[in-house]
Design a protein around this ligand. Structure first.
Ligand code: UT7
Length: 323
């Protein structure tokens, strides 16, 4: 049986930096409310002609710079996104073309803010099955293109960005434990509509923008993920105290605090991307992890537990060893 190993990371955010005061001219809000209720200070907006595939290419170039890896023999590409350039063709196939990779399979996956963790779990499965050897897994979003700028409860949250990891066949794996789950009856609480006008039998807004019942998602995330955090380490013979870093989806700093409170995990050992990048959905975990690596916090051999959660409602978590 082949083993899957995460061997490198790259990230990218668009140039345009937006602070909280920007929203004071758009909706009734202020910097103090945004910072105290969400933790967000700034986020990045993609330019009008900058789409998710562009962010992926830039993140891949960053991965190349960081690791010196070659993309020539990549045999599969997964892009986790809810904001593809188009529904078809996939972002992954555009990335294959732009990176000039000759023989890679390519798919987009839809698991919202849990997408990046789902992508790694898929790559782990493909490599373990022996069908693939070298996989790029992206979490990439241009959420600001589907944000409702009349809704003050959501427009202040979102930012754009991308992250990518390389997952390769190796002698030993560094993906130690995984878990996935779904609670589809909460679909109505966080959606981005295209055609159908109902979710869970309830009427929804079909304006092609993100809509969420923030309080309901907040409560679900804290209750569900805190429990999962407590049970996942046992899957690979570890306890919570063996986990050096917790990297949750960065949706709200208060969610991260509540997760630590409820699970008993130390807040100072968390990595986040919410304060400077806002909520970037599937990109939030790689952005936080890469930030932790660049800041010298994450060391070779550290055990990292990541948990993505969001629209579906779905979650995915894993424990990996860095390096
Ligand atoms: O990434 C995918 C997963 N998503 C999440 O995990 C999101 C989870 N939810 C959240 O992060 C939070 O629920 C929000 C940040 C979305 C909202 O924070 P909240 O503390 O739950 O606020 P709330 O919706 O309960 O609203 C509290 C008050 C309301 O006023 P009243 O009714 O108490 O008078 C809102 O109208 O805050 C008001 N409010 C605002 N005030 C100033 C809501 N948005 C704003 C705003 N500025 N931007």
């Amino acid at each position: 049986m082949k083993k899957a190993k995460i061997t490198g990371i790259g990230t990218f955010v668009p140039e345009k930096l937006i602070d909280n005061h920007y929203f004071e001219n758009i909706v009734e809000t202020n910097d103090e409310w945004i910072q105290s209720r969400t933790g967000i200070k700034t986020r990045h907006f993609a330019a009008d002609n900058e789409y998710t595939s562009h962010l992926c290419i830039n993140a891949a170039r960053n991965l190349e710079e960081n690791t010196g890896c070659s993309f020539n023999d990549v045999d599969f590409i997964v892009v986790a996104t809810v904001t593809p350039d188009q529904v078809m063709p996939s972002v992954a196939s555009q990335v294959q073309n732009k990176l000039g990779i000759p023989a890679a399979g390519a798919i987009d996956i839809s698991a919202a803010c849990a997408g990046f963790a789902y992508g790694i779990i898929l790559a782990n499965g493909l490599i373990s099955a022996g069908t693939h050897k070298k996989i790029l897994v992206f979490g990439a979003e241009t959420l600001t293109k589907v944000t409702n700028y009349e809704d003050r409860t959501s427009c202040i949250l979102f930012g754009d960005g991308a992250g990518v990891v390389l997952v390769e066949a190796a002698e030993n794996t560094n993906i130690l434990a995984t878990t996935t789950g779904s609670q589809g009856d909460g679909g109505k609480d966080l959606y981005l509509s295209t055609r159908r006008k109902q979710v869970n039998g309830q009427d929804i807004i079909t304006d092609g923008k993100i809509h969420q019942n923030g309080r309901a998602v907040f409560k679900w995330a804290v209750n569900t993920i805190a429990g999962q955090m407590n049970t996942l380490p046992a899957q690979c013979g570890l306890t919570m105290s063996d986990i050096n870093w917790f990297v949750p989806h960065s949706a709200n700093l208060r969610i991260i605090e509540a997760l630590c409170n409820n699970s008993g995990y130390p807040l100072e050992q968390t990595l986040e991307s919410i304060t400077i990048y806002g909520n970037t959905s599937s990109a939030s975990i790689p952005l936080a992890l890469h930030r932790g690596i660049r800041d010298g916090k994450v060391k070779k051999g550290d055990k990292i537990m990541m948990f993505g959660f969001g629209g579906g409602l779905v979650y995915a978590g894993l424990i990996m060893e860095w390096g």
